[in-house]
Design a protein. Sequence first.
Length: 486
Amino acid sequence: MHRERTSLLLLIALANAALLSGCTARNDTISQAERAEKNRPGFEETKAIAEEGFIYGLPIVMNYAVMYDYVVDRDSGQWKAPFNQILNEHRVFTYKDTTVITPNSDTPYSLCWLDLRAEPIVLSVPAVDKDRYYSVMLCDGNTYNYGYIGSRATGSDAGDYLVVGPDWKGSTPAGIKKVFRSTTQFSLAAYRTQLINPADMPNVVKVQSGYKVRPLSAYLGQPAPAAAPEINFPKINAEMVKTGFFDYLDFALQFAPATPEEAAIRAKLARIGVGPGKKFDFKDLSLEHKAEVGLGMKDGEAKVEKYLNAGMKNINGWKVGSLFGDSAFYHGDWLKRAAAAKGGIYGNNAVEAMYPLTKTLANGEELDGSKHNYTLTFPAGELPPVNAFWSVTMYDGKTQFLIKNPIDRYLINSPMLPGMQKNADGSVTLYIQKDSPGADKESNWLPAPNGSIYLVMRLYWPKATPPSILPPGEGTWKPPGIVLAK
């Protein structure tokens, strides 16, 4: 999921920009941290800490920016609902949705940001028809997917589930099927409910009306505990993040108790004045420290880009791998976590969904809708193997947003197959181009931008037995390559 503002989180201030902006004070946060150190970090070490800190903090800051737009800033244009209140989207995402990059346009979302400071929250789901896929992904401020409710994970029956904060101590109340623990005080519950076709929306709305969110005290019929303190959430936007990255990371970490894997990076960040109880302020840094931090962030961004381009297996031009999971999945691999956030924050674990993605032909040539028409053909009997459904979604290659097009079609998915043309040999060809391929082929047309193309395949609840895309990058089923149209 990420937006114009949060995609610009990735446009980091270069050192020369930093050098143009500031004061020469030697009592800034880094200087103070240095004076507290017996072994003060020099230029290269401070730069290295900023680089590693940027990689570690990128998903955390990106997540904060989305949370700010969705539940804090009512004037953001993307505001959804207050904390602990669910918002059901009775629609799929379109080109107008620009908060989250590479948004899913298959499943209407229901979203609820949880504030777990005062007490746990109970998520209740209704019975859902077994033929309709749904999932509730629990993703915390570290962007760890720490739990799932839904068709694959818990089945289609109704149930009540408890979400608790990192410091909660208590016993499981009667009636609760499972307890999920977030590593941070704020957390996202992202619901995906399958839409079979446009006429199916009333059925989706009915399912969504059964999603309930209640504080534990309300669920138990007990008095509510004292409310958590009010928070002055700092405003965040594209320009502010360019130089304020570590200011925002500093703020977010106070709601994220360190896990064992974070001990080393938290200690390093403390050496430059970043962490709970501190107050990093980039604008007050000396010119030298601005240069150190700016260069470190620039190098960190380059490493994230490199990992995203090379960290997954190339199969017929598609990048296939698994970038999303819980804290045990990452096990302190901050670079993988950062690449996951940049590639498409809030993605699913591999067992829930796989995301082959591409911007190129199998030979590495970049896809460009202004120059060429393309096709993607699934041979007969070789459609993506899933328990739920699959799709191929088109994005602008530069922004990673859905694109405006004359038929308002952002994807082709398996529920559309009955209305699509099949080739004589039983194969199915998708026509990937900016202009219509003709009325006889329009059912199979996936409109492309007039420029760089980014395609993401989604396999929801992939089959675990052959043919399968699992294990990621090593499965027996392989996505066919995009080819130039003849």
